[in-house]
Design a protein around this ligand. Structure first.
Ligand code: URA
Length: 430
C-alpha cells in the first residue's frame, strides 16, 4: 500500500477502507510516514469529510495505537463523561462525587487546560498535595473502594491522537468534525467506561460555534460509541456565558464543593443533575431517570456527595480545603457596571481569556498556573443591574490588571430591555 494513493483517494472524495486507515495511523505512529503526507491527508479529510464508517475505523485505529485501560476488575457499571471544553466548566468535580455517592463507578482520566478553557487536572492540582499520577493498580483499587478516582491521562493512551493533534494544530485542520470525533472518542473508548455522556458545548467560549456543527459532532460521536456497544448520549449545552460563577482553579474547586453541598449556582447544579441522572439510570441503579434525579438530590442534601469528594481528595493525598481560608491573593478588585439595565450577553471567551491572562490558564503548554487567581461573576445573563453595582470580582496576584478589568467589563453587554435567561441544555442526541 502507498500513502500517496490514500491521499489521492481522499482528495478525489472517495471512501477510505479500514485497512487504508489502519495503514496510515500505524505508519505515522511508528514514524514511517512523514508529517507532510499526513498533513496533506488531513487537509483532504478537512475538505471532503469522512462517512460514519470511516470515522469509526479511524477511531479504532487511533484507539489501537496505544494502551487501553482494562477496568474489568472493577465490579459494577463504569460511567464517564466528556466535555468538549468551556469556561468555568467544573462539571467533573461535581458530577464524579455525585454519581459515586449514588453507587456508580466513576473511573475518570482527565486532561489539562489550554487557552481560555480550564482543565480538570489543573483544578484538582490546586488542592494541596493532590496526586493525579495514579498507577493502574491504585486507580482501580480506589474505584473499587470509593467508587471514584480521577487521574491524568498517560502518554501511552492513544499516542496517535497526540501526534495527529499536534500536526492538525499547525496545519489548519483542527476544525474537521470527523477528525475531532475520532480524536475524542478514541480517548474515551481507551479509558474503558460502559456508559458515557458527551457534553458538547456550543457558543462563544466553545469549540463548536453553531448548533448545526454541534449536532453533527454529537451525532457522529454517539454513532461511534454505539458501534463499540456503549450506552452513550450527547447533551448539547450552552457555553455563550461561563458555567456557574467561578472561573479559575481554586475558585472553581470552592464552587464545586458548594454545589455538592447544595449551595452552588443553579446552572451548574442542573447540568450535573441531568448528566448524572442519565449515568445513574443507565448504570442500572434506578428504574427511571426521574428516580435518578431524586437520588442525586438526596445525596446532595444528606452530604454524602461532598463526603465522597473529601474521601477522594484524601485518598489521592490531598488536603480537603477549608473554604474560609483557601484563596490567597494580593487583591480582590470589584468590576462595576457603568450603566443600569439587564445583562443581555456575557462573553464566555472574553472571561476565559481574562482569567488566563491573570494566570489561571495557559497560553502555551509550558506556562505555569497560579491556582489562586481568577474571576467570580456577580451577574449573569438575564440579571438586572444598577449603575455601579458589581458585575464581577477579580482575584489577582499581578501588579497591573488594567487590561483584564477592561476585558471583564467589556464581556458584559448591558441593555435596557429585559433579557430572558438562556436555556442551558439545548438538545439531547441519542
Ligand atoms: N478535543 C480533542 O480531544 N480532540 C480534538 O480534535 C478536538 C478537541
Amino acid at each position: 500500500m502507498r500513502m500517496v494513493d490514500i491521499i489521492e483517494k481522499k482528495r478525489d472524495n472517495h471512501t477510505l477502507k479500514k485497512d487504508e486507515i489502519d495503514f496510515f495511523i500505524q505508519g505515522y505512529t511508528k514514524g514511517d510516514i512523514p508529517d507532510y503526507q499526513i498533513s496533506s491527508l488531513m487537509m483532504a479529510i478537512y475538505f471532503n469529510g469522512m462517512n460514519d464508517a470511516e470515522a469509526t475505523h479511524l477511531t479504532e485505529a487511533i484507539l489501537n495505537s496505544g494502551d487501553t485501560i482494562d477496568l474489568s476488575s472493577i465490579d459494577g457499571i463504569k460511567v464517564d463523561k466528556h466535555s468538549t471544553g468551556g469556561v468555568g466548566d467544573k462539571t467533573t468535580l461535581v458530577l464524579g462525587p455525585l454519581v459515586a455517592a449514588c453507587g456508580a463507578k466513576f473511573a475518570k482520566l482527565s486532561g489539562r487546560g489550554l487557552g481560555h478553557t480550564g482543565g480538570t487536572l489543573d483544578k484538582l492540582e490546586s488542592i494541596a498535595g493532590f496526586n493525579i499520577s495514579l498507577d493502574n493498580e491504585s486507580f482501580i483499587k480506589q474505584v473499587n473502594d470509593l467508587n471514584i478516582a480521577v487521574a491524568g491521562q498517560t502518554s501511552s493512551l492513544a499516542p496517535a491522537d497526540k501526534l495527529l493533534y499536534a500536526l492538525r494544530d499547525v496545519t489548519g485542520t483542527v476544525p474537521s468534525i470527523p477528525l475531532i470525533a475520532a480524536s475524542i472518542m478514541s480517548k474515551k473508548l481507551a479509558s474503558g467506561a460502559d456508559v458515557i455522556v458527551l457534553d458538547v458545548k456550543i457558543g462563544e467560549g466553545a469549540f463548536m460555534k453553531t448548533l448545526e456543527d454541534a449536532r453533527e459532532l454529537s451525532r457522529i460521536m454517539v454513532k461511534i460509541g454505539k458501534n463499540f456497544n456503549k450506552k452513550i448520549i450527547a447533551f448539547i449545552t450552552d457555553m455563550s456565558e461561563p458555567l456557574g460563577f467561578a472561573v479559575g482553579n481554586k475558585l472553581e474547586v470552592v464552587e464545586a464543593i458548594q454545589t455538592l453541598q447544595g449551595n452552588g449556582p443553579k446552572d451548574l447544579h442542573k447540568l450535573c443533575k441531568e448528566i448524572g441522572a442519565y449515568l445513574i439510570h443507565h448504570a442500572g441503579l434506578t428504574a427511571n431517570v426521574a428516580d435518578a434525579r431524586d437520588m442525586i438530590e438526596e445525596k446532595i442534601n444528606n452530604l454524602e456527595a461532598s463526603d465522597k469528594f473529601k474521601a477522594m481528595v484524601e485518598s489521592q493525598d490531598g488536603t480537603f480545603p477549608d473554604l474560609n481560608d483557601y484563596i490567597k491573593t494580593n487583591g480582590i478588585i470589584a468590576v462595576k457596571s457603568e450603566s443600569s439595565g439587564y445583562v443581555k450577553a456575557l462573553n464566555a471567551l472574553d472571561i476565559g481569556l481574562a482569567a488566563m491572562r491573570l494566570g489561571a490558564g495557559r497560553a502555551t503548554k509550558d506556562d505555569t498556573i497560579d491556582p489562586d487567581v481568577g474571576i467570580v461573576l456577580n451577574k449573569k445573563v438575564g440579571d438586572k443591574v444598577e449603575k455601579d453595582e458589581v458585575l464581577a470580582y477579580i482575584y489577582n496576584n499581578k501588579d497591573d490588571i488594567t487590561a483584564e478589568i477592561k476585558t471583564v467589563l467589556e464581556a458584559f453587554r448591558i441593555t435596557e430591555e429585559f433579557q430572558e435567561e438562556k436555556p442551558l441544555i439545548i438538545e439531547i442526541i441519542e
